[in-house]
Design a protein around this ligand. Structure first.
Ligand SMILES: NC(=O)c1ccc[n+]([C@@H]2O[C@H](COP(=O)([O-])OP(=O)(O)OC[C@H]3O[C@@H](n4cnc5c(N)ncnc54)[C@H](OP(=O)(O)O)[C@@H]3O)[C@@H](O)[C@H]2O)c1
Length: 243
């Protein structure tokens, strides 16, 4: 059967969308899908060389701002510069994250543990902390974080990653309760292995066709940010593909 990864047609005209980690494998697909749906798009990034890899067509419409989402002062400056220029952030998609695995607890360094917590959990706290107040004032907002299937069930040798992504699910639940009176939806998706170049290189002998495609995840994110999903909040959505 021919695969169909076409973007669903949502209209995000006049919506200001911040995608953190928009230069990564999943982030690029989400960014592209929002651009195709007429959103005004801002993406944070850290590594310059990742920006160079973006398609020219995306670079020409994307507002890129360098910011480490694990550092409070940088997050504060990022959000205030966006609000200064655009007045509002209607949608936040926090894609920042990373993985360290294949190590027993005894083998894990303290620095590696801190890095996982910083990238996968503290980043979600910091970006939410600075984006939420203006969403509360306008009584409107959509937030999607990216957790992982491992946040629900670990298969071992990934303690720091599993703990950080599990923490993110509870963070989303707690935040969603805090802000639901303000008409703000907060959810997360839980991908299993995503069909990215990095994963194909790391696991060349596995069946890539079973892995969830970035474009399919982007479609789910856009749905969660649309008015059609206004009844969904505090959810951790299984997005495993066929793996
Ligand atoms: N790949 C998978 O199989 C898989 C499975 C389940 C869940 N996930 C989750 O899905 C998300 C995206 O994964 P991916 O495969 O697309 O990863 P990726 O290609 O490595 O992209 C990660 C993004 O996060 C950014 N980032 C990392 N640390 C940052 C920081 N401190 N401040 C700001 N930006 C930072 C990176 O920016 P720079 O490139 O500029 O550093 C990059 O844009 C992550 O949250 C990941 O945990 C992935």
């Amino acid at each position: 059967m021919k695969e169909n990864h076409s973007t669903l047609k949502y209209d995000f005209s006049n919506r200001v969308v911040l995608v953190t980690g928009g230069t990564g494998a999943l982030g690029r697909a989400i960014t592209k899908a929002f651009i195709a749906s007429n959103a005004t798009l801002i993406s944070s990034y850290v590594v310059d060389r990742e920006v160079e890899r973006l398609e020219e067509q995306i670079k020409s419409v994307l507002h890129l701002i360098k910011a480490d989402i694990g550092k409070e002062d940088e997050v504060k400056n990022l959000v205030s510069s966006i609000l200064g220029k655009y007045g509002q952030i209607h949608i936040l998609v926090n894609v920042v994250g990373g993985y360290i695995g294949d190590k027993s607890v005894a083998e894990f360094d303290e620095k590696e543990w801190d890095l996982m917590m910083n990238m996968n959990l503290k980043s979600a706290f910091l970006i939410s902390k600075y984006v939420i107040p203006q969403m509360i004032s306008s009584k409107n907002g959509k937030i999607v974080h990216v957790s992982s299937r491992t946040g629900l069930k670990s298969t071992g040798y990934d303690s720091a990653y599993a703990a950080s992504k599990a923490g993110l699910i509870r963070f989303v639940e707690s935040l969603s309760e805090e802000v639901k009176e303000s008409n703000i939806n907060v959810n997360c998706i839980m991908p299993s292995t995503i069909d990215t170049e990095a994963n194909r290189m790391a696991m060349p002998n596995l069946d890539f066709s079973r892995w969830v495609k970035p474009q399919d995840l982007a479609n789910i994110v856009l749905f969660l940010c649309s008015e059609e999903a206004k009844a969904i909040t505090g959810a951790a959505i299984p997005t495993y593909g066929l793996a």
